[in-house]
Ligand binder design. Structure first.
Ligand code: GLC
Ligand code: GLC
Length: 814
C-alpha cells in the first residue's frame, strides 16, 4: 500500500494520506538554522545545535506521536467552524490533502468547505530564519470571511532543561511584542545575547504569547480556545510557556487568493549592543528588523525560494544518472544525495528518532558521512574534517562525539571505540580523491582542541594508524576496546546492572577481546594511507604501511577465518564470536562485508566463499541481517547486542548501513546482479509499494529494517540519520555504476546487472563535466574506454590538460 507518490520531475515526494504509519518528515535549512517538518506540520526548529539552541518546543514520543509544530488554523468567521489545512492538530476530514516534501522545503495544504489553503515552509540560504507562505483561496461561489491563525510554541533554548527543569523554567519565560512582531527573549536579560521572533506580513487582528491564553485551560492544540472564539487575546507571557500566535482576518471574494507570510527566526546581537536604548532591558532590534521586513514581502520570499531551488539544482547536478532502473535513478539523482546532505548537517542529532538532546556529531559517523556528500560540499567537508581531527586525542584515539556549537569532543556517549581513528583516514582519503586538495594534509590541527598541540593533519592520520598497532591482542588482531563499528558488541563491559548504559559504563581494560572487523578496516585504511604517503613522496613510509597491512591480512586469513566465512571477534576469554562453533551468532555481516570490501581473500577464493556464506545465512528478501542465529538470551560477555529482542537493531536486524559493504564485496567479485539485487532489497523507493509494512518514508533510508527473527519482519525504523545514506550512495555510484574517484582521477569500472544495456551519467569532477555513456556488448565487466573519441589505456580518465571543461567518455563493457 502506498501513501503518496514520487514526483521526480519536481524532485518531490507527495504524500496524499495525512495519516501515514509514522510521521514522514523533511528537513528545512542547510547551513545553521534548521527545522524538522512532518507531513502534518509537526516538528521544530533550532539554530546549529538541536539541544542548546532549540527555538521551538516539541514533545517526543507524544500521543498522538507527532504533536507540536508549525500550526496554521483557519476559521470560518460566519459558521465559526475551524480547521487545520495540514490535518493535524484538528484532524478534520479534508479534501485534496497533500504534503509535498521537496529539496529543503515542504508545502502542506488541502481544501475544506471550499477554502483551499497551502503553506510553503523553507529556510532561505544564508539566513537564520524560516518562511511560511500561507496561500488561501476562496473556491466557494460566495464571499468568505476567514480568520487565519499561525502558531508556534517557543522552547526555552536548552531542550533538555526545557523538558525537565520545571521548577525553574515555569518562571523564566519572557517576550516582547513590537510592531506586531513577537520576540522571545527568555534569559536575554542575563547571559544570552540571542532571541527568537515570529512575525507576520499583515497587520494582525490579534496575537497571543501566553500558551494558556491561546489554548485555554485543559485544552490542547486540537481546539485552542482563542481560535474557537475567533479572537486572540493579546496576552503577554510572564513565565510559564511563551508562544507565538498571530491572527489575520481575510474577506475573500469568490476565486480570490491571498498570501500571508510569517517569519520565524533567530538572531544574535553583539554583547555590548544588546539593549535599545542602552541601559534599558529592551531588545535592540536595529539589525533584526530589516531582515524581518525583507522576508515578509512575498516577492522577496519567492526570490529566496528560487535561490534555494537553484542551490539544490546545482548540488544534485554534480552527479546525475540514467539507468534502466527507476529506483536507482530516483535515489541517486534526488533522494539519496539529499539524505546524504541531511546526515552531513545533522549527523545523528535531530530526527524523529534522535531527540536532538542525546547525540552531537559522531566521530565515526561523520567521517563515514563524508563518503556521501564530499562531492556536493567539498569546502564544508574540509571544514568538517578539520573539526573532527581537532577533537582527536594525542593517543590517536577519539572522543566518540563532539558538540557542534563548542566543537569540543566529549565522552557523553562513550569513548574507547577502537575503530574510530581509522574512519578519519577513510574520510580524508575520500576528500583527497574528490578534490585533489593536498594542502589539507598540511593544515595545523590540534589534539583534543588543546592550543599549542597543533600538528599537520597528516600526522593525525599517522597516529590513527599507529593507534591500532599499539593495541593488538593475543592473535595479533586489533583489540576491540569498548566496541567497534557495532556499538553493541561490548566484549569488555560485563554489565549486570539494570539501566546501566552500555555506551558509557566503565569497561574492563581488556587485553584479550579482538575484532576481525577492525582488522579489515585497518587493512582498508592502511592501503588508503599508503597511497596518500606515496603521493606525498614518502615511499619508505608507504612501504612500511603496506608491510603492516600485509601482516594483518595474513593474521586475518589465519586467525580470522572460520572455514567458510570470516570470524567476527574473539571475546574476553579468547573464545570465537561469529563461528560455526558458536551456539548463536555463528556468522556476522560486518567482518565478511568489510574484509571483502578491503580486498582480503580475493586471491585464494575466501572472499567469494565469505560472500556465498553471507548469501546463504544472512540475506533475506528485506535485506541482509547483522548475524545469525539471533541471540535469544542476554549474554554478559557480549553486552548490548544480546539485549535487543531477536530481529531488532544489532541483534539480527537488517542494519542498512552495513548492507552496502556486501554490495561492494559482490562488486569487487564482479557480481553485478547480486550487488544490484542487494541494493534493491533495501532501496526505499523500491519498497514504496509495501508502505504499510515498511512504514517509514519511502524516499529515505532507515537505519534498520526488522530482521526475520522479529514478528515485524520488514518493518523499518530510524529513518533519515544513518550511515546508510552515505554507504548506499557510495556503493551504487562508485562500485556498481563504478564511477569512482581516485587519487589519480576519475575511474570508470561499472559492475552492473547483466540485463542492463548500459547507462549514461554526468559527473562534475574537479571542475570538469564528464559525460559518460556506458554500453554493454557482452556479459562481463571488462571495459574499454574512449575519451572524446580517443581510446585510452586503463580505466582512469586522465584530467584534460588543455583546459577543456567538458569531456565525453564512452565505455564498452564486454
Ligand atoms: C548507529 C551508530 C553507529 C554505529 C551503528 C552500529 O548507527 O550511529 O555509529 O556504528 O549504530 O552500532
Ligand atoms: C545504541 C544503539 C546503537 C547506537 C548507539 C549509539 O547502542 O543500539 O545502534 O549506535 O546506541 O549511542
Amino acid at each position: 500500500m502506498k501513501f503518496g507518490y514520487f514526483d521526480d520531475r519536481n524532485r518531490e515526494y507527495v504524500i496524499t494520506t495525512p495519516d501515514t504509519p509514522l510521521p514522514w518528515i523533511n528537513y528545512l535549512g542547510c547551513q545553521a538554522y534548521f527545522g524538522i517538518v512532518s507531513n502534518t506540520a509537526g516538528g521544530y526548529s533550532f539554530y546549529r545545535d538541536a539541544r542548546l539552541r532549540r527555538i521551538t518546543r516539541y514533545r517526543y514520543n507524544n500521543v498522538p506521536l507527532d504533536l507540536g509544530g508549525r500550526y496554521v488554523y483557519l476559521r470560518d468567521d460566519e459558521s465559526k467552524e475551524f480547521w487545520s489545512p495540514s490535518w493535524q492538530p484538528t484532524r478534520n476530514d479534508l479534501k485534496d490533502y497533500a504534503c509535498r516534501h521537496g529539496m529543503g522545503y515542504s508545502v502542506i495544504g488541502s481544501t475544506y468547505t471550499g477554502i483551499e489553503a497551502h503553506t510553503r515552509y523553507f529556510v532561505p540560504l544564508d539566513e537564520n530564519l524560516e518562511i511560511w507562505q500561507l496561500t488561501v483561496t476562496n473556491r466557494r461561489a460566495t464571499r468568505a470571511r476567514i480568520s487565519a491563525f499561525a502558531s508556534i510554541e517557543f522552547c526555552l533554548w536548552d531542550a533538555q532543561d526545557d523538558a525537565t527543569n520545571f521548577q525553574r523554567n515555569f518562571n523564566t519565560g519572557q517576550v516582547e511584542v513590537e510592531d506586531g512582531a513577537i520576540y522571545h527573549k527568555t534569559e536575554y536579560r542575563e547571559r544570552r545575547d540571542h532571541f527568537a521572533y515570529f512575525a507576520c506580513s499583515e497587520s494582525g487582528a490579534g496575537f497571543d504569547t501566553q500558551r494558556e491564553a491561546f489554548l485555554g485551560r485543559s485544552r490542547g492544540w486540537e481546539n485552542p480556545a482563542a481560535v474557537e472564539a475567533g479572537q486572540l487575546t493579546n496576552s503577554i507571557a510572564h513565565g510559564w510557556s511563551p508562544i507565538g500566535a498571530h491572527q489575520v482576518k481575510l474577506d475573500l471574494a469568490p476565486g480570490e487568493t491571498r498570501q500571508i507570510v510569517f517569519v520565524l527566526g533567530y538572531h544574535e546581537n553583539p554583547k555590548d549592543q544588546k539593549f535599545d536604548p542602552p541601559g534599558s532591558q529592551i531588545i535592540n532590534k536595529k539589525t533584526v528588523k530589516p531582515v524581518i521586513d525583507k522576508y515578509l514581502a512575498p516577492q522577496q520570499a519567492d526570490a529566496a525560494f528560487e535561490r534555494l531551488r537553484q542551490y539544490w539544482e546545482g548540488l544534485l547536478g554534480i552527479f546525475q544518472v540514467d539507468t534502466p532502473d527507476i529506483h536507482t535513478n530516483r535515489m541517486v539523482n534526488i533522494w539519496n544525495a539529499y539524505q546524504c546532505m541531511a546526515t552531513f548537517n545533522m549527523s545523528r542529532s535531530a530526527s524523529f528518532y534522535e531527540s536532538g538532546i542525546g547525540r552531537g556529531l559522531g566521530f565515526r559517523d561523520s567521517n563515514q558521512d563524508l563518503l556521501g556528500f564530499v562531492h556536493m560540499a567539498p569546502a564544508r567537508a574540509r571544514e568538517r574534517i578539520l573539526d573532527l581531527a581537532s577533537t582527536q586525542l594525542p593517543t590517536g584515539g577519539a572522543y566518540h562525539q563532539y558538540q557542534p556549537l563548542t566543537k569540543r569532543g566529549n565522552n557523553d556517549i562513550g569513548g574507547g571505540f577502537n575503530d574510530d581513528p581509522h574512519w578519519l583516514i577513510v574520510g580524508v582519503s575520500a576528500y583527497l580523491k574528490e578534490t585533489g586538495d593536498w594542502s589539507i594534509l598540511d593544515e595545523p590541527v590540534p589534539y583534543d582542541n588543546e592550543p599549542g598541540s597543533e600538528k599537520p593533519l597528516y600526522e593525525h592520520l599517522q597516529r590513527s594508524f599507529r593507534y591500532t598497532l599499539e593495541r593488538l591482542g593475543p592473535h595479533g588482531l586489533p583489540l576491540i576496546g569498548r566496541a567497534d563499528w557495532n556499538d553493541c558488541l561490548n566484549l569488555n563491559c560485563f554489565s549486570d546492572t539494570p539501566g546501566q548504559s552500555f555506551q558509557t559504563t566503565t569497561n574492563k581494560d581488556g587485553k584479550v577481546a579482538e575484532s576481525v572487523f577492525i582488522a579489515g578496516l585497518f587493512v582498508h585504511a592502511g592501503r588508503e594511507l599508503a597511497a596518500i604517503a606515496r603521493r606525498r613522496g614518502l615511499a619508505a613510509e608507504a612501504a612500511s604501511y603496506l608491510a603492516e597491512v600485509a601482516k594483518m591480512e595474513k593474521i586475518i586469513l589465519q586467525h580470522g577465518w572460520d572455514g567458510e566465512w570470516f570470524l567476527r571477534a574473539y571475546d574476553d576469554f579468547g573464545a570465537k564470536i561469529g563461528s560455526k562453533e558458536c551456539e548463536e551468532g555463528k556468522i556476522f555481516i560486518e567482518s565478511n562485508g568489510f574484509c571483502v570490501l578491503a580486498g582480503i581473500g580475493l586471491e585464494d577464493g575466501k572472499a567469494a566463499q565469505a560472500m556465498e556464506a553471507t548469501r546463504t545465512h544472512l540475506a533475506t528478501k528485506h535485506g541482509i541481517v547483522v548475524q545469525q542465529p539471533a541471540y535469544s538470551r542476554y549474554y554478559l560477555n557480549l553486552g548490548e547486542i544480546s539485549s535487543y529482542p531477536p530481529g531488532y537493531k544489532e541483534n539480527a536486524g537488517i542494519f542498512c548501513h552495513v548492507n552496502p559493504w556486501v554490495m561492494i564485496g559482490e562488486a569487487r567479485l564482479g557480481h553485478g546482479d547480486r550487488a544490484h539485487d542487494y541494493y534493491s532489497r533495501i532501496n526505499p523507493s523500491a519498497r514504496e509499494e509495501i508502505g504499510d509494512l515498511h512504514r517509514c518514508e519511502p524516499y529515505v533510508y532507515a537505519q534498520m529494517i526488522a530482521g526475520k527473527d522479529a514478528p515485524t519482519f520488514g518493518e523499518a525504523k530510524n529513518s533519515w540519520l544513518t550511515g546508510t545514506a552515505a554507504w548506499n550512495y557510495y556503493a551504487i555510484v562508485q562500485w556498481i555504476l563504478g564511477i569512482r574517484t581516485s587519487l589519480e582521477g576519475l575511474e570508470i569500472a561499472p559492475v552492473i546487472p547483466r540485463s542492463w544495456p548500459g547507462f549514461t551519467a554526468t559527473r562534475i569532477f574537479r571542475g570538469v563535466v564528464y559525460r559518460i555513456d556506458i554500453e554493454r556488448k557482452g556479459e562481463g565487466n571488462r571495459i574499454a574506454l574512449t575519451v572524446d573519441g580517443e581510446p585510452i589505456v586503463g580505466n582512469v580518465v586522465p584530467p584534460p590538460t588543455d583546459g577543456r571543461k567538458e569531456v565525453s567518455v564512452k565505455g564498452v563493457l564486454t
